[in-house]
Design a protein around this ligand. Sequence first.
Ligand SMILES: [Zn+2]
Length: 293
Amino acid sequence: MEPRRLRRYTTFKVGRLTCHALEAGTQHLDGGAMFGIVPKVLWQRRAPADDRNRITLALRCLLIEHDDGLVLIDTGIGNKENEKFIDIYGVDNAGQSGRTKLEDALGELGHGPDDIRWVINTHLHFDHAGGDNWIDPAGKVGLAFPKARYVVQKGELDFARHTNERTAGSYLAHNFQGVPFQLIEGEAEILPGIRALPTPGHVPYHQSILIESGGEKACFVADLIPTSAHLPLPWIMGYDLQPLVTLETRRRIYQRAEAEGWLLVFEHDPRVVSGRLAREDKGFGLVEQQVLG
Ligand SMILES: [Zn+2]
């Protein structure tokens, strides 16, 4: 029997802006690394591990139908990696016609790569910016969205270009070399209603994207809270370069998210697309969850 196919996108409204969470495939990362100091006996209840101790993670991107054109936040892993990489990280993102499931999801919404006007990267790790460009069947690498303006934090591009032994595995130069980035610094309104919020800790110049319209707000939190299982304040990834900075960033963001009723959109949660933060007896939980099914 064919496994039931999960849907490729989830549509929701923020005020008068229509947004689509796009499923750009999955990857499988070490569960211990994903949950930092949290013991496996606790995290495995929320995220079951496979026989290589890896957990399933979504590669979810966000498409916003904006008056200035289509805006895409993050681009998944792309199609440039070799077999060894695909095996180690358990990447399942191949789409039709040699591109990725991101382009398939866009296609299902009636859009082609040329229709994207803006690409915003939360940061330049391979599972967030790998699909900024693509390798064509002739082996030539070009922009995946040739008519888009690409936006990233200036500090992040510098940081990605100057790696060390600890950071090199996540910043692969072929993902950002030759991408004509428009650089922003700190908090910035990229387009009316689309705002970059510095949310450091995972990496020093990580940004989340806040969408506001008609008094409603949604936030694409990226690796600040990769899955809904990471909502408890100390459930911080082992990958984070500055875990104590992540902790304080979360404390600050949770306060605003709760006060202003933000819809949080999770880039890596394999099941929960989004939800609103709610205080529970011991910490934070989610209400109004949208799940894939
Ligand atoms: Zn990352």
